[in-house]
Design a protein around this ligand. Sequence first.
Ligand code: BES
Ligand code: MN
Ligand code: ZN
Length: 499
Amino acid sequence: MANLSITVRNVSAPEQAKTQALIVLLPERKTLPKSLKTLDVALDGTVATTLKLGDFTGSAGSHRWLPGRGNVQRVLLIGCGDASKMSVATAKKISEGLAKTLVGSAAVDALISFSGLPPKIGSISQLIEQISLQLSLAHYQYSHTLNQRKKPPRPLKRVTISTGDSCSVGDARRAVLAGTATGQGANLTRELVNLPGNICTPKYLAGEARRLARKTKNLSVSVLDERKMADLGMHSLLSVGNGSDQQSQLIVMKYQGTAAKARPYCLVGKGITFDTGGISLKPGAKMDEMKFDMGGAGSVFGALYAASLMSLPINIVGVIAAAENMPSGRATKPGDVVTSMSGKTIEILNTDAEGRLVLCDALTYVERFSPVEVVDIATLTGAIIVALGQEATGIFSNDDQLAESLLAAGDRSYDRGWRFPIWEEYHRQLDSQFADLANIGTGGAGSITAACFLSQFAQNYKWAHLDIAGTAFRGAPKGGTGRPVPLLMQYLRERAGKL
Ligand code: BES
Ligand code: MN
Ligand code: ZN
């Protein structure tokens, strides 16, 4: 993946700088801010004229290109609305517009000047973080199985951010690091999610984990194969891969950011590299989208990579339950009963409810790390798309404080979630005549009963479950979104005392 470099350097006279694109952030107003007088003169008064004519209002998310003069090839005006009170939602909107416009242009380098904004607005580092994140996200493009002819590389290579008096260089650099690390993490998630199922198999994910550990500091990886999982009694996880020619893998990634003895935070990802439904076969339409069913696993990769880039001073263990769900003569059948690692027996009434079957053994496995908190991330249910659409991730938890933290992290990063109950009454839907529990419910609330199932394997620690079936990928244009990496990074940074 080609990287974009974003640096912070105060440029006293941006209009004299040699740049292919000078980006000027502007509040919503009809007249030129005084601080931009010199810049406007150097540009023959084009900025003031554009504002006066009403061709550019400065509303949040708006943009306008102007031709440059001298060393400045072109100018991009970016509207910031009422810049004195900027919410994260507005910062994201502004940054998305800026990133999409700049990355889509022919400019190879750019200089972003904050000198048009009122000085000392409180949320400036939030805006710098969002700009860095959105530039990184916009810069990503999938290329693994495409010819260059179809997708030439992005022209943009270097962006300089000049904050003037609005923010110290140190604060700006920290914001850029947070934004680009989150962006690079989310882009890794997107790449893994976008790869087709014939390339991105459970073994491929294990190889990617080892590759990431080689290029990343403080990250180590171990992988459990099917034999080792059988020795541990993970027959629920293993039952999902029974019909597949691909070997299931349990991938364990450890990020050590502080003393080895400090209890870790655990992230557990659903890594179904393709979900046909198994013997409970899915309908054919859009079945290709089930290559995205390892989005939870992808977000664990992304979060660990970002945590390492940020050098977060906490320990994190990422566990990925990777398998391919296929029908075959050896596949699990509806009605089969398996024994999970916890000892609980499970009646598999629907082989398409496979995510919970791989996750439950991973949730039992992570007990050995004495985790502070465990968050699992999974494209678990179609029902969460019915409930929340593409806007919010479903949040479920056995701990109110953890649920609140994740909700707040979603709000603060504007990668939002919404909490659902996992009340006792819903658990009854999972009663089985032939096992300790069934793998599907019978009376609606499919996302909740799925979470109830998981919660029965997460009784020994503080646990939350993120159902990302609606947020991890888009149907048109098809592709991974990188969510919920921004939410996870906000949560982890808060836990690391970095916010
Ligand atoms: N991977 C799917 C959930 C899913 C559906 C993700 C659509 C993204 C888009 C999951 O394994 C599944 O098939 N769930 C079933 C559960 C049902 C059988 C109880 C579902 O949602 O239909
Ligand atoms: Mn399924
Ligand atoms: Zn699935």
